[in-house]
Design a binder for this molecule. Structure first.
Ligand code: UD1
Length: 457
């Protein structure tokens, strides 16, 4: 594990020093998908038998989810990238706010706990600083399955309707294809009485991964990966061994970094069709892409401006919008990037402009005029994917950059700087002896010109 997730000061004292304008060369090993692993951990609560998860990424978000499970009495045994989860002796209790705060996926436990134990209490979740992130779809769906839910002082309290011993299958139509709500409802429906049909379900690969593991556990889920998912409830689920799918967002981030630096790299293992929308846009913007089995190679070339609009899978993923914007800042021509999933996912725009890009933002549409070069500077990433965007921008920049905000980066990228360093980038995690003041930190572009000055802050 790269860092201690609950020690904010420690994290805030770390930064990456990045020397720009180098090219990347070689192969990158892609880790297991964060968003899959998180929901698979929640799904392990559905059985009292052991679940063995392989290819689990070592990330602070996973560590946090593990702590949530431990708080419920789950025994976790970790060896490298394998997690053995034993949920035999769970005691249902309200999860402490400090544990769920900042981890959106913590809320996804509600469906599993409710359906297995008949009750669950979870504080409203946090997550990345990218928008309001409501939970109405989760709650409406669980109510349709027969749950009674109240929100009492920011704690969601769910239980079975009086005198009922189970949830009951229902037809649920989501208003928006929420990934988390689809996952919550699939887990809840697995042990419900009768058939549940979820319409307008999300189709993200992580949902298919969840359904595959649940079916190995004895669930009866049909048509995952389609807009209409059918689940026939079963009495009991049992243990299984499952390997987490590769992280398509991590793979996409490295491919975009290669495109931005005119580099040639190969990412593997990946499931290429999980990346189709991204690969199409990379090709459109001038890169050459070669797919061979479970690897994708990219040869970066002159960057052409292209428009993107984020959309639910199989559309362009919102999680790669920020990294792709970093690429477009140095493209030839003008591009338009439209964020349609989250209302506040443009934290990177001001920072990229500080580095010399020319982006104007109107509502959720960024208009970008490509510039020749960005300049390195000291920056603070404000959320997970915008931190990755800043690092890509720093790779392309003249001179040195110092990127702070690694508590966001470490949530979702395993050994990011080691992987970049293996590709030939001069990048180093450094620890500043004294802590930057909160006000300076939240300024997001520190006025300080170099680390020495930051030390004095
Ligand atoms: C998941 C991913 C996140 C990704 C996002 C969209 C995890 C842990 N996180 O987040 O990385 O960016 O999918 O691909 O898997 N919405 C509602 N009501 C709800 C739920 C969601 O209106 O009850 C809206 C949200 O505000 C947002 C949209 O639906 O505008 C998509 O959110 P959702 O798919 O739920 O994202 P998450 O599951 O939280």
């Amino acid at each position: 594990m790269v860092c201690v997730s609950n020690n904010k000061s420690y994290l805030k004292s770390q930064h990456l020093k990045i020397i720009g304008q180098k090219t990347l060369r070689g192969k990158v090993k892609i880790s297991g998908a964060k968003n899959s692993a998180l929901v698979l951990l929640a799904a392990s609560l559905l059985t009292d038998e052991k679940i063995i998860l392989d290819n689990v990424p070592l990330l602070t978000d996973i560590e946090k989810m593990g702590n949530i499970l431990k708080n419920l009495g789950v025994k976790l045994h970790t060896k490298d990238h394998q997690l053995i989860i034993d949920s035999k002796n769970i005691s249902i209790q309200e999860l402490p706010y400090e544990l769920v705060n900042g981890l959106r996926a913590s809320f996804f436990c509600i469906g599993a706990l409710l359906t297995r134990f008949g009750e669950a209490s979870i504080p409203l979740p946090g997550g990345c600083n990218i928008g309001e992130r409501p939970i109405n779809e989760h709650i409406n769906g669980l109510r349709a399955l027969g749950a009674e839910i109240i929100i009492d002082r920011d704690v969601v309290k769910a239980k079975l309707v009086e005198k009922k011993s189970k949830l009951f299958g229902a037809n649920i139509k989501l208003n928006c294809p929420s990934v988390g709500a689809t996952e919550t409802l699939i887990m809840a429906a697995c042990l419900a009485e009768g058939r549940t049909v979820i319409e307008n379900a999300a189709r993200e690969p992580e949902i298919q991964d969840l359904c595959q593991m649940l079916n190995k556990m004895g669930a009866k889920i049909y048509d995952s990966g389609k807009e209409k998912i059918i689940i026939d409830g079963v009495q009991k689920l049992h243990g299984c061994t499952h390997k987490v799918i590769p992280d398509r967002i991590e793979a996409g981030t490295f491919l975009i970094a290669a495109a931005a630096t005119s580099s040639s790299i190969t990412v593997s293992p990946v499931i290429p069709n999980h990346l189709e929308a991204v690969l199409n846009k990379l090709e459109e913007s001038g890169s050459k892409i070669i797919i061979k089995g479970n690897s994708v190679s990219i040869k970066g070339h002159k960057i052409k401006a292209v428009d993107i609009e984020t959309a639910p899978f199989p559309g362009f993923p919102t999680d790669l919008q920020a990294p792709f914007m970093a690429l477009m800042t140095i493209a030839k021509g003008s591009s338009k990037i439209t964020e349609t999933i989250f209302e506040n996912r443009m934290n990177h725009v001001d920072l990229l402009n500080q580095m010399g890009s020319s982006i104007t933002l109107k509502d959720n549409i960024a208009h970008i005029n490509g510039v020749k070069k960005l300049r390195g500077m000291t920056l603070v990433g404000l959320d997970l994917r915008s931190s990755a965007a800043l690092i890509i921008a720093a790779l392309t920049s003249k001179s040195v950059s110092y990127v702070y905000g690694l508590e966001h980066l470490d949530r979702g990228y395993e050994n990011f700087e080691q992987k970049l360093s293996k590709l030939g980038i001069e990048i180093k995690r450094q620890i500043t002896k004294s802590i930057i003041s909160e006000s300076n930190y939240h300024n997001s572009t520190l006025n300080n010109k170099d680390v020495t000055e930051i030390r004095a802050a």
